[in-house]
Design a protein around this ligand. Structure first.
Ligand SMILES: NC(=O)c1ccc[n+]([C@@H]2O[C@H](COP(=O)([O-])OP(=O)(O)OC[C@H]3O[C@@H](n4cnc5c(N)ncnc54)[C@H](OP(=O)(O)O)[C@@H]3O)[C@@H](O)[C@H]2O)c1
Length: 329
């Protein structure tokens, strides 16, 4: 596994990270043993970056990660945690709280659940409209000073927020959706990150499975995040799956898979981009590992972009209420 540098001064993390969210939340029931086996397989293949959130399964994801990382030397895993999103006991989404005292309280519980005395990167999952970003990042900076947190990140923040936060404490990465289907960050956010020397932690690289090349229309019937995601609905889904088929033609010619092309395209957009792969099964990780070594020429990249024109992707990446919580669109 190759590595990529976080921000201007590092540290180095594996070129791809494993996103653990689906192992506890949002994508329907997960097989616990297979989830743990997937984390182990990732470690065996040299993945060091693991992304979680304290609200993924209301603590379930952190506990799962703790179990899976048992026996792994602490400095061999780079653990990224998101916080600030509020859940109800029945799993409902009930807002956010990024006040300094809430952030410090949340970290206290996270450290217990992960069984560690520090985490590598801490970030608010969303920008709280009721709390100035300077206060949230200020609280995280206190946690850095106290040794509980090594690096600070942001998630789904706009360029202006990134600048404000970076002025309080160096921001190591912005985690945000970026894929062939979600290119909205290219106009302003990505140039801002590059100007400031901040890395990009790209999630949804497979557009929640749409760009895996294995999504079938009939899977719509399952009730999970995708049942409410506009890109997976009705005619939008038909249009988006037609784009995937165009991509498949290139994949067949290059003797690779649609998923590898989608991940490879993101990897090719710059060494400052670290894709998170949301796989819960070992078999799904294989595409990600192969994508790291996939060679795409300039002409391949142009053909891929022509097959999936950004303005032909149908539907927003979240449902309307959730779109309102993004700092970006
Ligand atoms: N900051 C944020 O707001 C935010 C939001 C969402 C996610 N994230 C982070 O980013 C991570 C990844 O994002 P994501 O899971 O939403 O998106 P993703 O990686 O685009 O999609 C994950 C989906 O693709 C499927 N998949 C992965 N590899 C596959 C393959 N080779 N063939 C077929 N299907 C494949 C997975 O199936 P299986 O699950 O069955 O393996 C899962 O259903 C999350 O785990 C989380 O850590 C952050």
């Amino acid at each position: 596994m190759q590595t990529r540098k976080l921000g201007k001064n590092g540290p180095e993390v594996s070129t791809i990270g494993l996103g653990c969210m689906g192992m506890s939340d949002l994508y329907g029931n997960a097989d616990r043993m297979e989830s743990i086996a997937t984390i182990h397989e990732a470690i065996d293949k040299g993945v060091t970056l693991f992304d979680t959130g304290d609200f993924y399964g209301m603590g379930h994801n952190e506990l799962l990660l703790k179990e899976a990382l048992k026996g792994t030397k602490r400095d061999k895993a780079f653990i990224s945690v998101k916080t600030g999103v509020l859940r109800s006991p029945d799993g409902g989404w009930i807002g956010m709280d990024n006040r300094p005292q809430a952030i410090k309280n949340a970290l206290a519980y996270t450290l217990q659940r992960l069984g560690t005395d520090y985490i590598d990167l801490y970030q608010p999952a969303r920008v709280d409209p009721n709390v100035p970003i300077e206060e949230t990042i200020g609280a995280m900076a206190d946690l850095v000073t106290q040794g509980y947190v090594k690096h600070i990140g942001l998630s789904e923040a706009n360029a202006e927020t990134v600048r404000k936060a970076h002025a309080v404490h160096p921001i190591s990465w912005l985690q945000i959706e970026y894929s062939l289907f979600s290119r909205g960050i290219e106009a302003e956010i990505l140039p801002t990150l590059r100007e400031l020397g901040i890395s990009l932690s790209a999630y949804g690289v497979l557009s929640r499975g749409l760009l895996s090349g294995k999504w079938r229309k009939e899977r719509q019937a399952q009730i999970d995040f995708r049942s409410f995601a506009p890109r997976f609905m009705g005619e939008n889904l038909d249009q988006n799956l037609a784009l995937v088929e165009a991509l498949r033609q290139i994949a067949v010619e290059k003797q690779t898979t649609v998923a590898q092309l989608a991940i490879g395209w993101v990897l090719a957009q710059g060494d400052d981009i670290i894709p998170l792969i949301g796989a819960r099964k070992r078999s799904h990780l294989e595409d990600a590992f192969a994508a790291v070594n996939l060679e795409l020429t300039q002409s391949d990249l142009e053909r891929i972009e022509a097959a999936v024109p950004a303005d032909k992707v149908a539907g927003t990446r979240y449902a309307k209420e959730q779109m309102g919580m993004l700092g970006v669109e």
